[in-house]
Design a protein around this ligand. Sequence first.
Ligand code: GLC
Length: 421
Amino acid sequence: MKINKLLVSLLAGVTLLGGVVQAAELSMVFGDTGNALAFLQEQLTRFKEKTGHNVTVVPMPSSTTDQFGQYRLWLAAGNTDIDVYTTDVIWAPQLADQFVDLTEAAKDVVADFFPSIIESQTASGKLVAIPSFTDAPALYYRKDLLEKYGKAVPKTWDELAATAKEIQDAERAAGNPDMQGFVFQGNAYEGLTCDALEWVKSSGGGQIVEPDGTISINNENAVAALERAKSWIGTIAPEGVLAYQEEESRGVWQLGNAVFMRNWPYAYSLGNSDDSAVKGKFDVTTLPIGKEGDTSAATLGGWNLAVSKYSDEQAAAIELVLFLSSAEEQKQRAIKQTNLPTRIAIYDDPEVAAAAPIIPLWKDVFLNAVPRPSAPTKVKYNEVSSLFWSAVHDTLSGNGTAAENLELLEGKLTELKGAGW
Ligand code: GLC
């Protein structure tokens, strides 16, 4: 704790029932996507009213990859300035040693959460973080455009490509040169791992590294799935998609310039906001499949709250993570941000269903979502993912074929595994 932080906490001590309750000065890091930071500030105002604790947010880039790189450095250096970290679902095994075990603190509420999500945040026998919201992507589509051109909601990736091309070309000819068929996350970062895992898994190509640790990615179905994605670049997706993360895709979509978009549920409430060109014009469905007989695959995402082992305000930091993951706060988050709750009961709340119909609809999607291989590859996950997204990005950029890149990837993963994961 810095001296000025200590002074502020001392001065802010409030007297309650004759005893002194210390009002803490906390800081938390938070990646800003959409209007999530503004929503968090509202929550922190409520937290302050309730507890007296003041929380300063250190805003971080939206990219989970950039956040991870920074947090890993801070934690390795034993940074005492940050008390609470918002953590991606995939990080638990990699950062477990740096966070406080929340098992005891959460013992009265843990049964209200989906057991699978609690499990994902349990590593080395510790509850590393409390789940704040879960994530599973949707295929966003323009209802109005499908109707205008008499097209059905696509079931396969090839149907999506054909419909995207037809509508894109017709809309361009009708005077909108900016219209795109399909936008997604093609930048070389964790988001591309999510998108590409979906293309591969929904085409019978496995999940990169299987739950038992087998490296499965170098197979014909995966090769075909990546070649198919490559064929979208410059035809139904702009070349620029190779640099898109979630927010760039949403930007194009929300201006009304895309027929289809792959994105997470947060884009639902934003797309229906008053300043959105697509308000009321779109709907969501599950992501397409390769061919008849394949199963749709949505990558499991989600964000959690962890307390740093190096925090000297651990008690207040634990109060904060319990508050932010409480039933009332998750309900507000579901209604205002269309983030999927991690508490079971909220899916049956009629107010949530009325305000955010995607929430009850998406319960089964996230329950069947495909995890990235962070459990089998443990502390090596970030390297595994980065090798995968690089191979995919190279393929999409025309830098080697899918077959060549996946063969190289298999070799690199085998080497990594050989050194132990
Ligand atoms: C979303 C998901 C997260 C994932 C990220 C990739 O934020 O919740 O799990 O890693 O997207 O960009």
